[in-house]
Write a protein of this length. Structure first.
Length: 483
């Protein structure tokens, strides 16, 4: 029995090695083919007839990045001619903003580029976790198809790095940089008028403004003035929880998940673990199901964690015992459904209004690019405003150009995110997902596996076979191993 298990492990090791190369290559190629498409214009301030007034609705990563970059790059302008920028935020104070549990990896040409333009990169580096780049993709048996180690091919300062930072810490940095007193808290926007005024839930009305920027996330209230397209349910909802102090209390779980991210996919379900700066582990349980599934389960459990744990055990019944143990040792359960905007969605430009971040291009989190794209919008939109001030162009012309570039750039990101979502929740995931990755690798190299000569080479069939051998060997190995 032991010999059989060892030879299976040996075969598995060989084929897994091939996939590790594929996984690493895909990620690195994807990073390296991303190009910076916008840069801030050279400073120099001609006299202005009247400085524009700008209202940013929403103080998330998008809105805060925009304000900070404007502050930094317009700080030398005569204060009397500086545009007046105000953020209106629904939350009552900054504590609800910095209380969000989660971690984000910032990417070179988006999140990191924005932090650099915001002169916050040094501050970011104090909190960045380069060991958080470790990534495992596995199945329900814990069979690893990809294991990217931090520090191997991903070194601090090198273009393809994706350092992690806790979302709350990032928000702290951004909030401190703009000054919390510059945000008008407790202002929940309900609508925007044609004459560019903002109407809030408390009955107050502000404006008119020269430019209203919708940075108010998924259900943004600026968006309806530009388009009737609203986010739609993505088909995925689920739960999140926290494992506190895993290194001390649950060392086997801590070891399995490592320092970065561990994603397991099978049967239309996912278990995704992320290490946080505190050492705690955040878990997401995503399930392909109807829109109300998560809220129905929460209602049934009526706030009793044990009832919710039982439901999760039913859902993940045949998953590796150590993965199911995570359910038992988790706390602080929450639920949510995921929404998305259609790929390539755009609106007709309209004088005095624009959108950024999730409000403009909401995606599921399955490519980890939403906050990065939001911050990149902050950089690009700031660039547009600065360009209008420094190069004697109309603000409207510059905003229109920002929108056109954003539409072009984001479509690729939305497509990748959609492909990841579909791949991760295929019935044959993670095998089918890994096969889909072949297309990403080919695309990064400027090739199309489905066209021309390449269509005759059964690359994807071979990849499927290799992945199938790995997971089948893993399933057999699990039969002979007690974990
Ligand atoms: C589970 C999960 C994991 C994720 N992981 C990643 C990741 O690893 N990497 C990544 O890049 N992205 C990730 N994302 C996506 C990322 O969180 C979002 O893309 C990002 O927060 C968008 O920033 P934003 O500023 O546009 O919107 P938000 O962060 O939603 O901020 C919007 C702000 O507007 C305020 N607001 C909302 N409505 C109103 C109103 N009516 N009036 C006034 N203010 C209002 C809100 O309070 C909030 O402060 C993840 C998302 C989820 C759900």
């Amino acid at each position: 029995m032991r010999g059989k298990s060892q030879s299976l492990a040996c075969v598995q090791k060989q084929v897994k090695y091939m996939f590790l190369q594929i996984g690493s290559l895909a990620a690195i190629l994807f990073c390296c083919t991303r190009k910076s498409r916008a840069s801030l214009p050279v400073m120099g301030f001609p006299p202005l007839s009247s400085p524009p007034s700008i209202a940013i609705v929403g103080g998330g990563p998008a809105g805060l990045t925009l304000m900070r970059i404007l502050d930094v790059h317009l700080r030398d302008i005569d204060p009397l001619r500086n545009p007046k920028v105000t953020i209106f935020e629904r939350d009552a104070n900054q504590h609800s903003q910095t209380d969000q549990i989660g971690t984000l990896d910032l990417h070179t040409y988006t999140g990191l580029a924005a932090m650099k333009a915001a002169e916050l990169f040094e501050e970011f580096q104090k909190h960045a976790r380069y060991d958080g780049e470790e990534l495992v993709i596995a199945d329900k048996n814990g069979t690893e198809l990809v294991h990217m180690h931090a520090g191997k091919g991903t070194t601090p300062g090198v273009e393809a790095t994706r350092p992690e930072i806790d979302r709350a810490t990032l928000m702290d940095i951004l909030l401190a940089s703009v000054g919390t007193h510059r945000i008008i808290w407790g202002k929940k926007l309900t609508s925007v008028t044609e004459d560019k005024k903002l109407c809030f839930a408390d009955g107050s009305i502000f404006g008119p403004y020269d430019l209203i920027v919708g940075a108010d996330g998924t259900w943004g209230k600026v968006r309806p003035i530009l388009t009737s397209v609203r986010p739609r349910y993505s088909g995925i909802c689920g739960f999140e929880s926290l494992i506190v102090d895993p290194d001390i209390k649950h060392p086997a779980i801590a070891k399995l998940f490592g320092r970065g991210a561990y994603f397991a996919f099978s049967d239309g379900k996912a278990m995704m673990a992320h290490r946080l700066g505190s050492g705690n582990i955040k878990l997401n349980y995503w399930i392909k199901s109807n829109e109300s599934f998560h809220s129905d389960v929460m209602k049934q459990s009526d706030g009793q964690d044990d009832v919710l744990r039982d439901t999760l055990h039913d859902l993940y019944t045949d998953w590796l015992p150590i993965l199911r143990k995570c359910i038992d040792v988790s706390q602080r359960f929450k639920s949510r459904a995921l929404y998305e905007l259609p790929i390539g969605d755009r609106w007709d430009h309209r004088l005095g209004f624009t959108l950024m971040g999730d409000s403009a291009h909401l995606m599921t989190p399955f490519s980890g690019k939403g906050a990065n794209a939001a911050m990149r919008d902050g950089l690009d939109l700031a660039g547009a405003v600065i360009e209008s001030l420094t190069q004697d162009k109309s603000l409207d012309e510059c905003i229109k150009s920002y929108e056109e570039q954003m539409f072009m750039k984001i479509e690729e990101v939305q497509s990748l995110t959609m492909m990841n979502k579909q791949g991760m929740f295929r019935d044959d995931a993670p095998v089918g997902f890994m096969v889909d990755m072949m297309d990403v690798i080919a695309k990064a190299k400027g090739k199309d596996l489905n066209k021309g000569v390449l269509a005759w080479i059964p690359v994807k069939k071979m990849a499927r076979l290799v992945a199938w051998v790995i997971v089948t060997a893993g399933a057999w190995k699990r039969r002979f191993t007690v974990l």
